[in-house]
Design a protein around this ligand. Structure first.
Ligand SMILES: [Zn+2]
Length: 144
């Protein structure tokens, strides 16, 4: 009886684990929500190409690649990276992702706290907020 119960549990677990693999992705809301956007796809691809380039340089430095192989592979990755950057540009993503993120944060801040965002600047020495356009901190007199 115990063995039968265990067997049944294994079968149920197996069905539970394997069923999603055989499901049709079309029409499944969850799958659609998880679907990558074009941007996600490009960013992931870019990260991969960059990491491949790093690996390649490492292999080359370790002496595991000939000059010719290294140049050929490097040229391939670089041209792919250039194409990805073009595609990202086409999507309106700045090459500098940090810049994009900063802009995003500023935009969200402006939405959450209208009237405050982008109107003050934090003093690098004391941390006090000063209005934009001022060159010196009102609190400590440090250069902004
Ligand atoms: Zn200050």
């Amino acid at each position: 009886m115990l063995i039968a119960t265990c067997g049944l549990l294994v079968v149920i677990a197996g069905i539970y684990v394997l069923t999603p693999l055989f499901k049709e992705p079309g029409g499944n809301l969850e799958v659609e929500l998880l679907a990558e956007t074009e941007l996600d796809r490009l960013l992931a691809r870019k990260a991969m190409v960059y990491s491949n380039l790093k690996d390649l340089e490492f292999e080359y430095k370790m002496g595991r690649l000939s000059d010719g192989d290294f140049r050929r592979l490097e040229a391939g990755y670089k041209s792919e990276a250039a194409k990805l950057l073009q595609d990202l540009d086409r999507l309106g993503v700045a090459k500098d992702l940090d810049e994009t993120i900063e802009r995003d944060i500023a935009a969200r801040k402006a939405k959450l706290f209208p009237g405050t965002a982008e109107k003050t600047r934090r003093c690098p020495s004391c941390g006090a907020e000063s209005p934009l356009g001022k060159s010196y901190c009102a609190d400590c007199g440090g250069k902004l």
